[in-house]
Design a protein around this ligand. Structure first.
Ligand code: FMN
Length: 219
């Protein structure tokens, strides 16, 4: 079968972080989550290690506890200087307040999002001094995580890539019984999205980001 390129490009360019358009009233079928995760596990891993795990969290008490950690994380982050303030004239200056507001809003409704998916990888970057091992650790879960978002979007499910709860990674590990040698990479709240379409995002100018043969050489 040839790939329907228009459909593939549409999926790749319109898979957004969905926060305000999550349908909090519609349950998500467990089979759909299972399907998305099986697709996600077609992603590459370093040395084909497949050292990934995915926790699907539907239990209300656990979701509420994680949502609470997310909110506490948001509060810590806003006073932490991370991410560093944008320089004057940074083209992201206008969208950043919206992103932060939207990420904060997600915290407010997080308890009500019906499913959380937590993607994990075996290993801890702080224990491996070699850059290649660090790259392999995160590099063996992030492609699968993005595939999960794409597969979800193709099924009418909205997700947002989130990491704010990681201020409390240890506490979340304890809550869910995660062994100490596993790293939590990303937490996805998952729900059906409302409305039927998303737009490609405005991104920084690609010509400044793409270098041909020598750093700074742009086509
Ligand atoms: C590594 C990483 C961490 C992120 N953490 C959060 C988060 O904790 N909360 C949140 O609401 N969004 C989070 N995001 C989503 C970004 O804010 C979002 O991808 C960005 O603003 C671009 O918007 P788009 O995904 O709709 O294109 C994260 C994204 C990435 C890649």
């Amino acid at each position: 079968m040839t790939i329907d390129r228009a459909a593939a490009d549409k999926l790749l360019t319109t898979t957004r972080s969905v926060r305000k358009r999550l349908d909090l009233t519609r349950p998500v079928e467990p089979e759909l989550i299972q399907e998305c995760l099986e697709i996600a596990m077609q992603a590459p891993t370093g040395t084909n290690a497949q050292n990934w795990s995915f926790m699907v969290i539907t239990d209300q008490a656990k979701r509420s506890a994680i949502a609470d950690f997310y909110r506490q994380g948001t509060a810590i982050m806003s006073g932490s200087g991370y991410p560093p303030p944008l320089e004057d004239g940074d083209p992201r200056e206008h969208v950043m307040p919206k992103v932060m507001e939207s990420a904060g809003y997600l915290g407010e409704i997080l308890d009500q999002v019906p499913v959380f998916v937590l993607a994990l990888v075996k290993g801890r970057v702080e224990n491996v001094p070699m850059l290649i091992a660090q790259a392999s650790t995160y590099g063996s879960i992030l492609p699968a995580a993005w595939s999960f978002m794409l597969a979800a979007r193709a099924r009418g499910l909205g997700t947002a890539w989130t990491t704010i709860h990681l201020f409390f990674e240890t506490q979340v590990a304890e809550l869910l019984g995660i062994p100490a040698d596993w790293t939590q990479a990303v937490l996805f709240p998952v729900a059906y999205y409302t409305g039927d379409d998303f737009k490609p995002a405005h991104r920084l100018a690609p010509e400044q980001m793409i270098h041909w043969d020598s750093w700074g050489d742009h086509h």
